[in-house]
Design a protein around this ligand. Structure first.
Ligand SMILES: [Zn+2]
Length: 145
């Protein structure tokens, strides 16, 4: 009997495309989770799972519908816009005005933001690399030719 080579190649390519799409989906979910936890101060796992399960619905919610989380423990009223904001952040989460108006906080704020961005990028890179490494481990043994 003759093996259906064309069909095999097509199936292999479809498998590869499906694997790539799955990796991209997981990487996006990790990115959404990290962004939710670092920027919006929300739980990583909840947003990772939501993005994984609902996709665009979760992206829409976290990127445009939900603001930065304001837990009861750090809740204060912004002196400028009179809305609820966090006492542990130098800027108001809504109007971006400095809560503590003394300018000595500004340099530290910038440095902290830069550090947070580097930290987030590193975490994202490491997680992505691990996901790709895991996906690269071919479960099928190679024939040699
Ligand atoms: Zn404000």
């Amino acid at each position: 009997m003759t093996p259906d080579l064309g069909g095999q190649i097509q199936r292999a390519m479809l498998d590869r495309a499906a694997a790539s799409a799955a990796i991209a989906w997981i990487v996006i979910a990790i990115g959404v989770g990290l962004w939710a936890s670092e920027v919006k101060r929300r739980r990583f796992w909840i947003w990772f799972l939501l993005s994984f399960v609902t996709g665009p619905v979760a992206w829409y919610l976290i990127f445009s519908r939900l603001g930065i989380a304001v837990p009861v423990s750090v809740r204060i009223t912004c002196p400028k816009c009179q809305k609820l904001t966090r006492s542990d952040m130098p800027r108001c989460v809504r109007c971006r005005a400095f809560i503590d108006d003394s300018s000595r906080h500004r340099a530290g704020d910038l440095a902290r933001q830069a550090a947070t961005m580097v930290f987030t990028a590193r975490r994202l890179l490491g997680t992505t690399r691990r996901a790709v490494d895991a996906a690269r481990q071919d479960p099928k043994p190679r024939s040699g030719r």
